[in-house]
Design a binder for this molecule. Structure first.
Ligand code: HEM
Length: 348
């Protein structure tokens, strides 16, 4: 069956699609970095659990940041979700339905994970269960990430939607698509790296915490070295015609990928030298290039099946301006919350 016939028709949009795409990618970047921070610091805490007698005193404040980041990470996901739906809604809704059973489970599981992060903090040093709560939170985050990797990939591959005719249980996942696995590991390893940087950043503002700062930077460096290998695995797992776009056929996509790899190498070098601030600058550059790469991947995967040029624009600038104003107020409130939750700055 021609997958083209399965793609729902699109609704008119109120302003140019490019505006929504930039906003979507911006909020996705914020969302994913925060989620990486949560999972990464969670894994670091679990690894270090109780190894030294002062573990609980030193790390309790770190555990206390996780629930705050949770709220923030989910809040930042919502604009990404809204903007994604405006432009790619007809693809995204379809893939969400195809894996609906697993998809809807995200909501109750997310509530449990959020509660677990609070439990972990509140009972950090008093109950053994706090460690189990942390483990539960980590497993749920991995589940949700795997579902998102599947959904975001399935939406880009209408040719996989025909499975619906043999499975209507809402349990379709892309087990046989080889890029799913490196895509998921890319997220996991990025979380360890960003967790390391967050750990360093937190302790850079505390007195006599040199050891923890260096430890976090090392975690970042080693995880990012592994990430370079995972990145190549991801690239090689892509369908040949998509991979070739990143390997010279599309000059913008190739340049963006190369710049992302170079900035990642520089970040590793700087982190091994113990330079937290410059490592963060290079890391931010890497993340921006990687978000661009991910969007390029979406366009290449979707290929002939859909192009944003197909979307009809029926201007509604007044509504859009009101929306942007409210968004700015929301972002301001969140920054204010962050200022209260994380006082101080980077000291190194
Ligand atoms: C702890 C919970 C969460 C985890 C671990 C997580 C993880 C991820 C990951 C790994 C991706 C990238 C998937 C890929 O492209 O391969 C992603 C994207 C995304 N997530 Fe989350 N997420 C979480 C919660 C949420 C929630 C609650 C929402 C909805 C409100 C959400 C909305 C999105 C959206 C819309 C994207 C795609 C954005 C885009 O493509 O522009 N996420 N998430």
């Amino acid at each position: 069956m021609n997958p083209n016939t399965l793609i729902p028709s699109t609704e008119p949009i109120p302003v140019a699609a490019e505006i929504f795409i930039v906003l979507e990618q911006l909020f996705f970047l914020i969302h994913i970095v925060i989620i990486n921070m949560i999972l990464g610091t969670g894994l670091i805490l679990l690894y270090k659990w109780n190894r030294k007698s002062n573990f609980f005193d030193i790390n309790k404040p770190v555990a206390g940041k996780i629930p705050i980041l949770f709220a923030l990470g989910i809040n930042m996901a919502i604009p990404a979700l809204l903007f994604l739906q405006v432009v790619f809604g007809h693809l995204f809704y379809t893939s969400s339905i195809l894996m609906g059973t697993f998809w809807i489970l995200i909501i109750p599981l997310l509530i449990i994970a959020y509660y677990s992060s609070y439990y972990n903090y509140k009972k950090f040093e008093v109950s053994k269960n706090s460690k189990y709560a942390l483990v539960l939170m980590i497993f749920i985050i991995l589940y949700i990430a795997f579902m998102l990797v599947n959904n975001l990939s399935m939406m880009e591959m209408p040719e996989k939607w025909t499975t619906y005719f043999s499975n209507r249980d809402g349990t379709i996942l892309l087990w046989s698509v080889s890029s799913i696995y490196p895509r998921f590991f890319h997220f996991l390893v990025a979380s360890v790296a960003i967790g390391g940087i967050s750990y360093s950043l937190y302790f850079s503002r505390k007195a006599n915490s040199e050891e923890n700062v260096t430890e976090g930077l090392k975690v970042f460096a080693y995880a990012t070295m592994i990430q370079i290998a995972v990145g190549f695995w991801f690239l090689l797992s892509l369908p040949q015609q998509v991979m070739q776009k990143f390997m010279g056929q599309d000059i913008i996509a190739t340049t963006s990928l190369l710049l992302g790899i170079v900035t990642a190498f520089v970040a590793v070098f700087l982190s091994l030298k113990g330079q937290l601030r410059s490592t963060i600058v290079m890391l931010v550059a890497t993340l921006i290039f990687m978000v661009i790469n991910r969007y390029n991947l979406r366009v290449f995967h979707i290929g002939e099946n859909f192009s944003i040029a197909q979307l009809k624009v029926e201007p509604q600038w007044d509504v859009f301006v009101i929306f942007v104003l409210i968004l700015l107020i929301g972002v301001f409130v969140i920054f204010y919350m962050l200022k209260i939750a994380f006082p101080g700055g980077v000291k190194r």
